[in-house]
Design a protein around this ligand. Sequence first.
Ligand code: ADP
Ligand code: MG
Length: 475
Amino acid sequence: MRTPEEQQLPWDQLKQALKAQMPAREYTTWIAPLSVGKTDGRILRVTMPNALFYQKIHDDFLPLIERTKAELGLESVSLAFDLEGMPDVPESAYNEDLDDVLPPPEEDELSASPVAPSGVFSRSLSREHGPNTAYTFESFVRGPSNQFAMTTAQAVAAKPGQFYNPLFLCGGTGLGKTHLLHAVANEVLKHTPSVNVTYTTSEQFMQELTYCLRFARSNPTKMHEFRRKYRMCDVLLIDDIQFLSGNKKVTQEEFFHTFNTLYHAKKQIIMTSDILPQGIPDIEERLRSRFQWGLIADIQLPDLEHRVEILHKKAQALGVKLSPEVAEYIGKHTKKSVRDLEGNLQRLYAFSQFQGEPMTLELAQKAFKDIFFMEAPKTLTVDDIQKIVADHFKIKIADLKSKKKHTAVAHPRQIAMFLSRKLTSSSLPELGLRFGGKDHTTVLHNVKKIETAMAVDLDLRAVVDTLQRQIEQLH
Ligand code: ADP
Ligand code: MG
């Protein structure tokens, strides 16, 4: 057994080394407040004061921390991040017997009950209906935009329920969230085929629940079946959780209890969403806060180098020869989603088969002439931004351009100014004109105000990030 002092040691070493490499202010703000709690074996459990630290450490410091850890020869020590105040789960909860909660089904009733039509229960990842075997960690290309999400997913797959629970993967459409979920399932089942992995989407969860509830009165085993599927699994993968938003109260309620049962039994939960928990509208607060208990890992748009690498990997999987110029050409023109990247590669391949010509740059230019022309870099405009911001806050675009000062208008206007400054090349005086004739110092002041507020207000950051993503997906 290690003494508490020995457990503290690697963390102290790491902190000292980080201190030497970081600006003092950054160190004091972000690293000094972290503490090490219970440490089991080779895992340092680092506790962070709040979710903002997660985002900051992940966005800005994780590579440095990992590198420094390696330099100190501490590769074998893994870091696990917890949020302060996260409930400590009593060991006894582990064996909580579901039958205390639910009436036991009668044996003959269970076997006699009609099996749900296929498509309702068939998509659970039992071994019969396994995960998509093409979606593995090996086939997932790591890059700066997804390395945090991938690393945490791998950690979870190696030891479900032990590190980050729940793991909340967040990112725009077509950036690999579903791929990562299946990769976890594949990995877990590869090592321990007996583990019960359930994959669902929040929509499917709702449909199944509605179906079972309809039968609940005449056939109580239906609900039992439902709960057995979702509460007696070892790993629950739930895709596109943002669609729980606005869903019937009963669905959110059922998911809340499902979550609690699994969480207290230390079963792994992984959710994906295209918006941060803070940005999901119409969702019960107790659910939202649970989504934030574990770790939020987001996936950003891949950069050009990463996109090219993904194209090569996909070409390899298709058995297609792809030259560097053609990869670069497709990569340069396909920025918004990996799904489109893959689609364009397949399109070119089909085109070359059809034409009976090799996949040269000339052929690619011919194949994408119209498409890339249509997608040609339409730059984002202040108008685009004003429209999306006004829609989000349910105000008129004219209000953004007015001199009205009340918060319901002034706050969205500040956000729109901030985003316009960030996403367009308009100058400050130009922005002043577009926002109702303000002078450039007012614009600057507003931009800075949002910037500063975002550093501490995670809700605001979620809103601004979501708006930015919506704007960027426009073109
Ligand atoms: P999302 O669920 O985020 O909308 P998906 O997981 O469905 O996105 O990914 C869309 C497609 O892009 C899938 O075919 C997936 O294999 C592929 N993909 C996404 N990211 C990567 C990556 N980093 N490496 C390899 N393939 C990827
Ligand atoms: Mg998906």
